[in-house]
Design a protein around this ligand. Structure first.
Ligand SMILES: *[C@@H]1O[C@H](CO)[C@@H](O)[C@H](O)[C@H]1NC(C)=O
Ligand SMILES: *[C@@H]1O[C@H](CO)[C@@H](O)[C@H](O)[C@H]1NC(C)=O
Ligand SMILES: *[C@@H]1O[C@H](CO)[C@@H](O)[C@H](O)[C@H]1NC(C)=O
Ligand SMILES: *[C@@H]1O[C@H](CO)[C@@H](O)[C@H](O)[C@H]1NC(C)=O
Ligand SMILES: *[C@@H]1O[C@H](CO)[C@@H](O)[C@H](O)[C@H]1NC(C)=O
Ligand SMILES: *[C@@H]1O[C@H](CO)[C@@H](O)[C@H](O)[C@H]1NC(C)=O
Ligand SMILES: *[C@@H]1O[C@H](CO)[C@@H](O)[C@H](O)[C@H]1NC(C)=O
Length: 442
């Protein structure tokens, strides 16, 4: 009798393990999208808003990827959080950062929307899964902007320069949101670059922000097959530097292999803090695929020299001749661990390429396209040590978890085997299927 109870118990455990495995096999599958925002908060990379690449309509999407565990870009375990965004109108072309008093809040600014009631600023608290619209004090700022890249500094100030207003005016205004006490302030425009949108912007270790490229013609037509936009993109020969401490602008002429004019590309800071890596974009029209000069360039910040880096690796495990990814436009890029992590965008075939591209940038002599993500910090980056202990404990948890599951599985199978043998002798055992409903809502 007690043996039977043990058998049922083990069967139940087996079922739990199976349901758990099944959950992991059927994660949330997002649609192809672009003009979304990405925000890295602790171990979660959040993707919000954007438009569908299939028919250019605004999408209601909010989901994240857990980056504390290894993953393969062919099998992404997205976690859906769209049930939390019922209060946020559909939008694209917004900009977002991690900030706030505890430096753990998602701040969403602006965006293109059909809803006149959409607030200028929303915040999301991941701990409690709560969104709020925020009233900001200081200057009277009611003008919504979109297609800009906002940048947060090391002190929680969110710099919002350029972009397009809801009246389709491209601006060069600098607004600064203090995400800690929720107040606005204006930044200097002396020597600021000309008004533009879809430019690249990245914070440098010296508290300056670099602004690169962009467009200034609202009428430019984007071709989603060739990624061309007519001859309407701005030059990357000059780059613009905003000093967040002294509130002033500087312009630098660049040298070397200057990328062709482009907008809608992504920019990140290299792991050594001495270079900017740009990827993709929408390009000058002079013939199909002007972007073939290269979709990936590096700007050396020590001498403002552009170069094309050496890149190896591949993005397809069974690549039929094709090795490197297609360029993408209106995607996003984040630095996570040792990778440039590129998310979604226009210009790739989703049946052939993953929504996520990983470029291992830990070696400046050779960047490597890869399909597998390893969360352990890069040997060459000293700044990413803050979350190590929790990473490790999660890792240990995962290992212990799989060990335990393994043990249960083998012990379970052994008993199943014995149970089956017994069943052949005693026909009076009735089977009950237990549905562990509290575990089935994955
Ligand atoms: C766009 O595509 C989505 C998903 O396929 C669909 O739900 C929506 O109705 C489409 N919108 C239009 C305007 O075609
Ligand atoms: C803020 O500016 C808008 C438009 O410029 C104006 O309609 C509104 O009255 C202003 N609000 C305050 C509190 O000054
Ligand atoms: C918030 O965290 C980032 C790292 O994710 C750090 O660079 C920044 O300085 C922090 N901001 C504040 C105000 O502590
Ligand atoms: C917010 O903090 C800044 C300093 O970081 C200060 O200059 C500003 O006056 C504060 N604003 C409000 C409304 O408290
Ligand atoms: C381009 O957009 C059209 C819809 O406007 C869509 O059907 C097509 O799949 C898109 N092509 C690519 C390469 O994204
Ligand atoms: C685009 O490329 C063509 C051919 O190289 C060139 O003549 C034209 O000036 C370029 N336009 C811009 C805006 O760079
Ligand atoms: C950049 O180069 C142009 C000439 O190509 C020159 O007129 C300009 O003064 C230079 N700007 C800077 C900041 O050196």
């Amino acid at each position: 009798m007690s043996k039977n109870i043990l058998v049922y118990f083990l069967l139940w455990i087996l079922l739990l393990v199976l349901v758990d495995v099944n959950c992991q096999l059927t994660p949330f599958k997002p649609s192809g999208l672009f003009r979304h925002t990405t925000t890295l908060i602790d171990n979660e990379l959040y993707i919000l808003g954007g438009s569908l690449t299939s028919n250019y309509t605004l999408v209601k999407g909010f989901f994240y990827l857990d980056i504390s565990v290894p993953f393969n870009t062919q099998e992404l375990s997205w976690q859906d959080r769209s049930s939390t965004i019922n209060k946020i109108p559909l939008h694209d072309g917004a900009t977002s950062v991690k900030g706030g008093a505890n430096n753990d809040t998602l701040f969403l600014y602006g965006g293109l929307t059909n809803d006149p009631k959409m607030a200028l600023i929303y915040t999301f608290d991941p701990l409690h899964s709560v969104w709020n619209s925020q009233e900001i004090v200081g200057i009277n700022n009611t003008i919504r902007r979109q297609s800009l890249t906002g940048v947060i500094d090391y002190n929680g100030k969110f710099y919002l320069w350029g972009g397009v207003t809801s009246n389709n005016i491209i601006v060069n205004e600098m607004l600064i949101l203090n995400t800690i006490n929720l107040s606005w302030r204006k930044g200097s425009l002396v020597n600021a670059p000309t008004a533009r949108y879809h430019f690249g912007a990245t914070l440098l270790p010296n508290n300056k922000i670099i602004y690169i490229g962009g467009g200034d013609d609202i009428t430019s037509k984007f071709n989603n097959e060739t990624l061309s936009i007519g001859d309407t993109a701005l030059s990357l020969r000059e780059v613009y530097i905003y000093d967040t401490i002294n509130d002033n602008w500087d312009t630098k002429n660049t040298t070397g292999e200057i990328p062709s004019n482009r907008y809608g590309f992504s920019t990140i800071l290299g792991l050594d803090g001495q270079r900017i890596i740009i990827y993709g974009g929408a390009f000058n029209d002079s013939g199909y695929g002007d972007y073939r000069d290269s979709s990936l360039y590096v700007l050396d910040l020590t001498n403002f020299n552009w170069y094309i880096p050496k890149i190896t690796g591949k993005i397809f495990p069974n690549s039929g001749g094709k090795i490197f990814p297609n360029p993408r436009a209106f995607h996003k890029a984040n630095v996570i661990s040792r990778y440039m992590v590129i998310t979604f965008g226009v210009g790739y075939d989703r049946k052939a390429e993953s929504d996520i591209l990983l470029l291992d940038i830990s070696n400046n002599e050779e960047y490597v396209w890869t399909t597998s993500f390893d969360p352990s910090p890069s040997p060459s980056s000293s700044s990413q040590t803050s979350n190590n202990s929790s990473d490790n404990s999660k890792m240990v948890g995962a290992i212990v978890g799989s060990l335990l599951s393994g043990i249960f599985l083998s012990v379970g199978s052994f008993f199943l085997y014995k149970w089956n043998k017994n069943k052949q002798n005693q026909n009076h055992i009735t089977r009950t299927v237990l549905i562990p409903h509290s575990y089935s809502n994955c």
